[in-house]
Design a protein around this ligand. Structure first.
Ligand code: ZN
Ligand code: ZN
Length: 339
């Protein structure tokens, strides 16, 4: 089969590689659509803690089941599926408890095992989620970040009417907006890029602030009558925005850190975290979120198409990754379609 192999840092080549054979409990998916993610850029540049070339990148994907391994119902061949990109051990304490995103032997496609920038990808049958009628392959591919954002938002315990600040309207931020709106929260987005602020409003944000023009803290203070936000969701992963979270949240409020820098010396205002009795939350991938976000997508409660701005074929994966890295041409989400 053909695969776009990241052979070394900064290099992606189209290669002929052996087509994988599904083992027990696995399926082989003929890939149709793959989302290009910031972590693909990090992997390509050698900046991702879990990704070491040579590797086939790509973990946001959909396709059609082409073959099944032993123990998998053969009737599943030909089904269109969205891929939850995990391999789990199914026997560690976390797997047994059902929190499989904490599996002590967790492997992610495109990270430690071959990813989806290829004609075929292997995945456990239980993580190949059947696509309902009317859902496209592109939407089913981008369901991955949609599910990741859903996992994070579910952990925030948002109540109807809560004032939620979302820092950054990238892919994760754009889905966090929609999930918060579905919970009837009042959403304020902080985003320097104009077309993303406009889109944020279309997707359900009540307010969109340009941090280069207005000081977010005073805007939030004014809108909340001095109370500040019930929940702040950081979806950028840079030092200044991570630091900014504590000042935006109310006493007793919650901070969700979707973003991270990979740097263990990140500054965080611990004094005010304790003085304000804050709850700081982390998030790791997804755990039983795919079926829910699939339902939201099928019911029209999340708009996945709105963020897709660029399309490439398998031969041009490198261009897609480099475009995302450059931020040129108003790129938001690029997808690679494989026919
Ligand atoms: Zn991703
Ligand atoms: Zn496990």
């Amino acid at each position: 089969m053909k695969a776009a192999v990241c052979t070394q840092i900064g290099k992606i080549e189209i290669r002929d590689v052996p087509k994988p054979v599904p083992g027990p409990g696995e399926v082989l998916v003929r890939v149709r659509s793959v989302g290009v993610c910031g972590s693909d850029v990090d992997g390509y540049r050698g900046h991702h803690p879990m990704i070491r070339p040579p590797i086939v990148l790509g973990h946001e994907c959909s396709g059609v089941i082409a073959e099944v391994g032993p123990g998998v119902d053969a009737a599943r061949v030909g089904r269109a599926v969205s891929v939850e990109p995990f391999f789990t051990c199914d026997k560690c304490p976390f797997c047994l408890e059902g929190t499989y995103n904490f599996c002590s032997d967790l492997k992610i496609i495109g990270h430690q095992v071959p990813g989806a920038f290829a004609e075929y990808v292997l995945i456990p049958a239980k993580f190949a989620h059947s696509m309902p009628e009317g859902v496209s392959f592109e939407e089913a591919a981008i369901l991955e970040p949609c599910s990741g954002a859903l996992h994070a938002v579910r952990r925030c315990n948002i109540q109807s009417g809560d004032f939620v600040v979302i820092i950054g309207c990238g892919t994760m931020g754009s889905f966090a907006i929609q999930h918060c709106r579905n919970l009837s929260a009042e959403v304020l987005v902080i985003e320097p890029v104009e077309f993303k602020r406009r889109a944020a409003r279309d997707l359900g944000a009540a307010h969109a602030v340009d941090p280069r023009r207005d000081a977010p803290e005073s805007v939030v203070r004014k809108l909340t009558g001095g109370k500040m936000a019930d929940v702040v969701i950081e979806a950028v992963g840079e030092r200044p925005t991570l630091t900014q979270t504590v000042g935006l949240v109310k006493n007793g409020g919650r901070i969700m850190l979707i973003g991270w820098t990979g740097n263990d010396t990140d500054p965080f205002d611990l004094t005010n975290t304790t003085f304000k009795e804050l709850t700081v939350l982390g998030t790791l991938g997804f755990c039983r979120d795919f079926p829910i976000s699939m339902k939201l997508l099928a019911q029209g409660k999340v708009n996945v198409k709105r963020i897709i701005t660029h399309r490439f074929d398998l031969e041009h994966v490198r261009d897609a990754v480099e475009l995302l890295e450059s931020g040129r041409d108003n790129v938001w989400k690029a997808v690679v379609n494989i026919v």
